[in-house]
Design a protein. Structure first.
Lengths: 222, 243
């Protein structure tokens, strides 16, 4: 099997095995979504109105928190240095790690969305709209978050700084994700336009993220 | 003295020591001219005298983006050409740019209250400038998070270049989303729509603020070079004591 395939498989296995891995992200997603009605009040109509925004915020915060683990664990036991020194280009290795991270952390969020949609009184079309936008948008969150994770990997207390660095870059994804969901639900504006921009953001981050992360890692590790 | 000579910090310090007093004088002079022109500019037929906030708000907004562009050029200098003073320039510019962005938001907010009836509005331009401000603060935090300045430089350079995507978004946000902030009136296709009575004071104030940035930036770069020398001396002293 190719080196990249092995890297992806390794990352997914570690994420699914270790306690601080993939499922913690879904648990945090659930916690955030459950917290919202306590803050906003149990009015079901209001929750349905806010539903897409709450789901998107939960997904954003959850992916932000699991980003820490993208490079930090490997850095601590030295495998990041090995990956950086390997023959596979570091850009491709970063892309592979981010893909594995999305498969292990982002995809479960999307699978959990229908269940959480029930909690927020969202009907089936609304929930599927949110799930589709999350499917298109969470890769952007992971790949742009990877840039922040690479910048913060060499800092010991980097967690909060990582969030501060990554959040401004994630705001456009959030804006268009919620806009697309709302357009699908309430409907005067088109769903296609914000959804297309969301896909474009994901595609751009797929290209820019690995290069920026590789540069940061190379400079940070030496 | 060529540009490569300026890469030598000692020569840079010598040059700026000679040039700075003139820059300070020129800045003060331009501000006096600009403020006089702003004060004597006519009142707007709709906004009255409040329009004069524009002479401070718009140059600050232009400079907030200009400083990020300067930092991006410095970031390229660090990453691509390994210019020795590029990271000094980038680190020195960040707080100045953050201050200009904050002033732009503040003066805009004060202008918005009488004009739009609100201190804040989540429209495209205000939101993207607020994001720019947050990115300035994040960048300053990143600079201070790493002990060694030259390693922090490379991380900060990457973040600066990634954040440069925000500049065209801010510039064109008023064209793409038609919300509350007025569209472009000076830098647009087909020339400016501003009357000469307002355009000239605005350009003079813009030049004055730009000179202010250059002056502050060069002074801050001098301080940063001296700060790094102090740090090296402290480290040498500590290692000698240990030996």
């Amino acid at each position: 099997m190719s080196a990249l395939g092995a890297l992806i498989q390794r990352d997914i296995r570690i994420a699914l095995r270790v306690a601080g891995g993939a499922l913690i992200g879904v648990l945090f997603f659930l916690t955030v979504v459950v917290l919202m009605p306590f803050a906003v009040g149990p009015d079901l109509k209001l929750l349905a109105r806010l539903g897409p925004a709450i789901l998107w915020l939960g997904a954003l915060l959850s992916s932000l928190l699991t980003l820490d683990r993208l490079f930090m664990a490997d850095h601590e036991d030295g495998s990041l240095d090995l990956i950086a020194m390997a023959r596979t280009p570091l850009e491709l290795a970063c892309a592979a790690k981010a893909l594995a991270h999305w498969l292990a952390s982002g995809l479960p969020l999307i699978i959990a969305t229908p269940v959480l949609g029930l909690l927020l009184n969202l009907d089936v079309p609304a929930t599927s709209a949110v799930a589709m936008t999350l499917l298109a948008g969470t890769p952007a969150l992971t790949f742009t978050g990877m840039i922040g994770a690479a910048l913060a990997v060499t800092l010991h207390r980097g967690g909060l700084l990582l969030a501060v660095l990554v959040l401004p870059l994630s705001i456009p994804v959030l804006i268009f994700g919620v806009a697309a969901s709302e357009a699908a639900i309430t409907g005067p504006h088109s769903f296609g336009a914000p959804f297309a921009i969301l896909c474009a953001l994901s595609l751009v981050s797929l290209v820019v993220g690995p290069f920026a992360a590789a540069i940061s890692l190379r400079h940070g590790l030496d | 003295m060529t540009l490569t000579d300026l890469a030598n910090p000692t020569k840079f310090l010598a040059l700026t020591a000679r040039v700075l007093p003139w820059l300070v004088g020129a800045t003060i002079l331009l501000f006096l001219i600009g403020l006089y022109q702003s004060a004597t500019a006519p009142d707007d037929y709709q906004q009255g005298a409040t329009v004069k906030i524009m002479f401070i708000h718009v140059p600050n907004a232009w400079l907030s983006m200009f400083v990020w562009a300067v930092m991006s050029a410095a970031a390229l200098g660090t990453l691509v050409w390994r210019h020795p003073l590029a990271d000094v320039a980038a680190k020195a510019a960040a707080p100045i740019g953050a201050a200009f962005t904050f002033l732009a938001l503040l003066t805009g907010s004060l202008w918005g209250r009488p004009m739009w009836g609100t201190y804040w509005e989540w429209d495209a331009r205000l939101t993207s400038v607020l994001i720019l401000f947050l990115m300035y603060l994040g960048l300053m935090a990143l600079w201070r998070a790493v002990e060694d300045p030259s390693r922090a430089a490379r991380a900060a350079a990457v973040l600066t270049l990634v954040g440069a995507i925000n500049l065209p978004i801010i510039k064109f946000s008023v064209d793409w989303w038609n919300t509350l902030h007025q569209p472009a009136s000076v830098f647009r296709m087909g020339g400016s729509t501003l009357d000469r009575a307002f355009l000239f004071p605005l350009l003079v104030m813009a030049l004055a603020f730009t000179l202010l940035f250059v002056t502050l930036h060069l002074a801050a770069m001098r301080n940063e070079i001296l700060r790094r020398r102090v740090r090296s001396l402290q480290m040498m002293q500590a290692s000698q004591k240990a030996a």
